[in-house]
Ligand binder design. Structure first.
Ligand code: UT7
Length: 332
């Protein structure tokens, strides 16, 4: 019997139409359009304004696009997995809500929290699920309403994040060349205090004090995270390439997490990959946490060719980080 591999067969994305621009921030906090652009590469970010909608709505929209493009019967989906740090509720899981919304009535569904590395963690997990032979079709979606945990009076974090979602369909293939090839995932709890949302969990449940102390918002020690991000993303990508005997010239695209354009440039530089082979869309969306990498795949889908080597790399809260080698499996 042919060996079963896992491959991405479709991508779909959804970003809210309402944009918060750098200019908008000039009237909200002490900053300038120019500071934000030069220090982060961001120009605008999508914001989900509707009070009655949250990240599962964005994730549902992204998955619906895949269902339409592939003319997929949702009842054939075996699992829906949602990577998110901003689920609609602590429980039930966003993935349960998304599976229900899209009519994936035969799927099991759950959320995965690995912050900005959530999509890569999910991709490795889905690959193992598919390769086990037990499952045929899995929807993996990164969905975030980051605006729900942002203190818009804090100039060090508010400018960075945006709302959005993107999903991939992962299926079986017997193509021994083009599939999700390899990955290295890492974590280190030393990072727990550098990037966190302090309250709202079982350690500090919501209270009058936690609200007054603004502890339901993202806290980030930007400079420390920056340094770890560049080193860890480059190191893990280099390790993955070395163990698979890949050199810079073999790589068609580096698909990095979009947290800061300067982090992306420094990572590409350390990996000796030229910038024309690096996917960057941070200017349009800001940092959408678990959605950044699939949002890149969606934006570049038309340019991807069967056989292209992609290195996906992420770094985020936890700390969590990792890299995945994908040999792209289809032409659009
Ligand atoms: O996705 C999860 C992983 N997250 C990341 O990878 C994010 C990593 N960190 C970063 O991207 C950057 O550290 C930031 C964009 C958050 C900050 O950029 P930076 O170049 O590291 O700035 P900084 O923190 O060193 O601050 C430089 C100056 C400070 O002023 P002083 O102390 O030098 O007078 C800040 O107060 O810039 C000031 N500043 C601002 N000025 C204008 C900080 N935020 C702003 C702002 N507008 N929005």
């Amino acid at each position: 019997m042919d060996k079963i591999y896992a491959t991405i067969t479709a991508v779909g994305s959804f970003v809210p139409e309402t944009k918060l621009t750098n200019k908008d921030f000039e009237s909200m906090i002490e900053t300038t359009e120019e500071w934000i652009l030069t220090r982060t590469g961001i120009q605008e970010r999508g914001i989900l304004k509707d009070k009655d909608k949250a990240s599962s709505y964005l994730g549902t929209k992204a998955c619906e696009k895949i269902i339409q493009t592939k003319n997929l019967d949702p009842k054939t989906i075996d699992a829906v997995i949602c990577a998110t740090v901003t689920p609609d509720f602590v429980f039930p899981a966003n993935a349960n809500l998304i599976a229900y919304n899209i009519g994936a009535t035969n799927a099991f569904s759950f959320d995965l929290n690995a912050a900005c590395s959530g999509f890569l963690y999910g991709l490795t997990m889905c690959t193992s699920f598919i390769e086990s032979g037990r499952f045929k079709k899995i929807l993996l979606v990164g969905a975030e309403k980051m605006s729900s945990i942002i203190n818009y009076a804090d100039r060090t974090t508010s400018i960075l994040f945006g709302d959005g979602a993107a999903a991939v369909l992962i299926e079986r293939t017997t193509d021994s060349e083009c599939h999700i090839k390899d990955s290295i995932l890492k974590s280190d709890g030393i990072g727990a205090d550098f990037l966190k949302m302090k309250a709202g969990g079982s350690m500090f449940p919501a209270s009058k004090e936690t609200v007054e102390q603004k502890e339901h918002y993202i806290f980030q020690e930007g400079q420390s995270v920056f340094k770890y991000a560049v080193k860890c993303m480059a190191d893990v990508s280099a390790e993955l390439m070395a163990r698979n005997h890949l050199i810079g010239d073999d790589i068609a695209w580096l698909v990095p997490h979009q947290a800061n354009k300067r982090i992306i440039e420094a990572t590409a530089n350390r990996m000796a990959i030229s910038m024309d082979k690096v996917m960057i869309n941070i200017q349009k969306y800001g940092n959408t946490t678990s959605a950044t990498i699939p949002l890149c795949l969606a934006d570049w889908e038309k340019q991807l060719k069967k056989g292209d080597n992609l290195i996906l790399a992420a770094f985020g809260g936890g700390f969590t980080w990792g890299a995945t080698w994908v040999k792209w499996g289809y032409n659009s």
